[in-house]
Ligand binder design. Structure first.
Ligand code: CUA
Length: 333
């Protein structure tokens, strides 16, 4: 009996120590959404549980190693035990209860974070290799950064133009896969003004690790101001628009604008230069060549570069966007 008391005390002490250590190593980013509170509550239950289970197993193991190991001169076998119904029922019933309680808590949390506010601000999210794009249909505004008003529910309607991506802002805690061909919904209520990052958390190709974007949570007044600014901004020149597209659609991740070597050919001094293709022919990089290369890159692969590397932009970029990109490329002399 005395041994059980000692083990019990050691397990409790160890549980608190392990839990304190887990809390000290910065597992949690700050909570920046209403949903993050409920999610973190679940995490805290789990942290206590794993601290306890780890302690229960390790304390019992180490205690047994110290006090019950084979002594010098001992040669006999240990006692042979055949079943213990009480123990077996206990170690089945307790985990079963634990799993049921956690399932209930998980379902409740999921319900709580998916509550729909009919007045939510709608944002259409488009994910693609390798960029994020946002549209605010209520205001007729599009943006490559995600601006959100604080303390209002945001209804993110998300689509992908190519492969599976995943929308994840760690500070918001909620995360949602975006499957091509479907529109998926994610509800989030930012609760803390600040600058965050959206990361893609689904391996989506070569530049997956760099598929990040700015998320700016601002006061409701500043959000209105930003919207008004976007609405009144004069439409940019084709060259400037092209530069923005090159950045937001990730073109410049593979095509340098300063002549440096990247996955694709550089855009510096590309316009009107002669380009050697992998089939041995030489073409002039005129408007036509550039447009075709953007929409159908595998039709004229440049010598020294691989085909089938560039994502398909034919359904993403319309005629005007392609022309803007060409206008921008022309400026890179
Ligand atoms: Cu998109 Cu990873």
């Amino acid at each position: 009996m005395k041994r059980y008391v000692i083990i019990f005390i050691l397990v409790i002490a160890s549980t608190f120590l392990i839990h304190a250590w887990l809390m000290s190593i910065g597992l949690f980013p700050i909570e920046a959404s209403a949903q993050s509170v409920a999610v973190d509550q679940l995490f805290h239950v789990h942290l206590w549980l794993i601290s306890f289970l780890f302690s229960l197993i390790m304390v019992t193991l180490v205690y047994s190693l110290i006090f019950f190991h084979r002594r010098k001169g001992e040669t006999g076998d240990g006692a042979y035990l055949t079943g213990n119904s009480t123990l077996e029922i206990t170690w089945t019933a307790i985990p079963l209860m634990a799993v049921l309680v956690l399932a209930y808590a998980g379902a409740r949390t999921l319900g709580a974070i998916q509550v729909i506010d009919p007045t939510a601000v709608q944002v259409k999210v488009t994910a693609g290799q390798w960029y994020w794009q946002y549209a605010y249909p209520d205001y007729g505004v599009t943006s490559t950064d995600l601006y959100l008003p604080v303390n209002l529910q945001i209804d993110l309607q998300m689509t992908s133009v190519d492969v599976i991506h995943s929308f994840w802002v760690p500070e918001f805690r909620v995360k949602q896969d975006i499957v091509p061909g479907r529109t998926v919904e994610l509800r989030v209520t930012p609760s803390l003004i600040g600058e965050y990052k959206v990361r893609c958390s689904e391996l989506c190709g070569l530049r997956h690790a760099y598929m990040e974007g700015l998320v700016e949570v601002v006061s409701q007044a500043n959000f209105e101001k930003w919207i008004a600014q976007q609405q009144s901004a004069a439409p940019p020149s084709p060259e400037l628009r092209g530069q923005q597209l090159a950045s937001s659609y990730g073109c410049v991740n593979c095509h340098s604008t300063d002549g440096s070597a990247k996955t694709g050919p550089t855009w510096l001094r590309l316009y009107n230069s002669s380009v050697k293709l992998s089939d041995g022919t030489t073409v002039t990089a005129d408007d036509n060549y550039l447009k075709t290369s953007i929409i159908n890159p595998n039709s004229q692969v440049v010598s020294g570069f691989s085909s089938n590397v560039m994502p398909d932009f034919s359904t993403v970029l319309d005629q005007t966007m392609v022309e803007s990109l060409v206008a921008y490329i022309k400026t890179l002399k």
